[in-house]
Design a protein around this ligand. Structure first.
Ligand code: IPM
Ligand code: MN
Length: 356
């Protein structure tokens, strides 16, 4: 248990339904703090689409510098229907991930009992793996541009930026996690080595060299990304831990979210093992449901669980997970889909907080 148990947490509720799910996450955080005996100071930031539309500010440098000083960041959702695509995503979410060097995007795919799974004959026994998505490179690196834009000769490129350093640190993190998890002791590299013969060759060699040298106890497996989508549906039980580059990781984790019960329950962490990490529900801002008290807050609550686990508050994290499972098996929550829970967002938050 950490020696200093007062945590400073920056809260970025963001856009759309972000604020309403974050509110429930904070309820559960409070309940966990009382039960486990730690303290927390919250500081709220109004970053997001509304602030941008009102002031033109996305992520002012002084705010970014303040954020570097917190123990963790708790984020709701980024994305506003009146802001053109890319502005908030690149200027806020991706900028935070890059500037804070949160080079791991950790996305557990775990089907809890009591949750409807769209896969026939698959249950909690079959769906329990973790995706380690590299979070600072690849197609997200932002290199590229236009030539002759707007003419018939238009050329555009988007460079898949890969460094041995970036691939290797994600791979090492994933090997360590596989060892710690101690489940199947098996790590999959997911890539497309048959087409991305440069960048994924770097990944392939890093994966094998690191595994060979330092993790002989971990079985190495490889799957192409397209086949991985097939296996997620057909044989999800084959996976323990997956390490994957940024864009493919983005794509397969939406599929992963669906097989664990949907965006209402999928949480993730943007992790800098040496710095400040940021936890979020992985779904978007769902603007059409804003303010209706119909969106499922369990993903945001799961993000609090991951945040506490990351801070070393293992007891509190375990309490939250147990409370989520109790809530899901209580029969009270009819579905995790927006508008079909049979309860409101705030009522689900109350239910889980009461079970912590
Ligand atoms: C995610 C999101 C982001 C991403 C978008 C909003 C930039 O889809 O967190 O998975 O692509 O990483
Ligand atoms: Mn995504």
């Amino acid at each position: 248990m950490p020696a200093n148990r007062t945590y400073r947490i920056a809260v970025l509720p963001g856009d759309g339904t972000g604020p309403e799910v974050v509110r429930e996450g904070l309820k559960v955080l409070q309940a966990a703090a009382s039960a486990s005996g730690f303290a927390h100071d919250l500081e709220q930031y109004d970053l997001g689409g509304e602030r941008y539309l009102a002031t033109g500010e996305i992520l002012p440098d002084p705010v970014l510098d303040e954020l570097r000083g917190f123990d963790a960041i708790y984020l709701g959702a980024i994305g506003h229907p009146e802001v053109p695509p890319g502005i908030l995503e690149k200027g806020l979410l991706l900028r935070l991930r890059f500037e804070l060097d949160q080079y791991i995007n950790l996305r557990p795919v775990k089907l809890y009992p009591g949750v409807d799974c769209p896969l026939k004959d698959k249950g909690p026994e079959e769906i329990d793996f973790v995706v380690v998505r590299e979070n600072t490179e690849g197609l997200y690196g932002g290199m590229g541009g236009f030539q002759y834009k707007g003419t018939p000769q238009e050329v555009s490129t988007q460079v898949h930026l890969t460094t041995r350093f970036g691939a290797e640190r994600a791979i090492r993190y994933a090997f360590e996690l596989t060892r710690r998890r101690n489940k199947m002791r098996q790590l999959h590299l997911v890539a497309k080595t048959n087409v991305m013969t440069f960048v994924h060759d770097t990944w392939w060699r890093a994966f094998n060299e690191v595994g060979e040298a330092d993790y002989p106890d971990i079985r190495r497996e490889y799957a192409h990304v397209d086949a991985t989508c097939m296996w997620f549906v057909k044989n999800p039980e084959w996976f323990d831990v997956i390490v994957v580059e940024n864009m493919f990781g983005d794509i397969i984790t939406d599929l992963g979210a669906m097989i664990q019960g949907g965006m209402g329950i999928a949480a993730g962490g943007n992790i800098n093992p040496q710095g400040v990490s940021m936890f979020e529900p992985i779904g978007g801002s769902a603007p059409k449901y804003t303010g209706q008290n119909v969106i499922c807050p369990l993903a945001a609550i799961g993000a609090v669980q991951m945040l506490l686990d990351h801070l070393g508050e293992k007891d509190a994290a375990a309490r939250i997970e147990q409370a989520i499972v109790k809530a899901l098996t209580s029969g009270k929550i009819k579905s995790l889909s927006a508008g079909r829970m049979g309860m409101g967002t705030a009522e689900v938050g109350d239910l889980v907080a009461g079970l912590v």
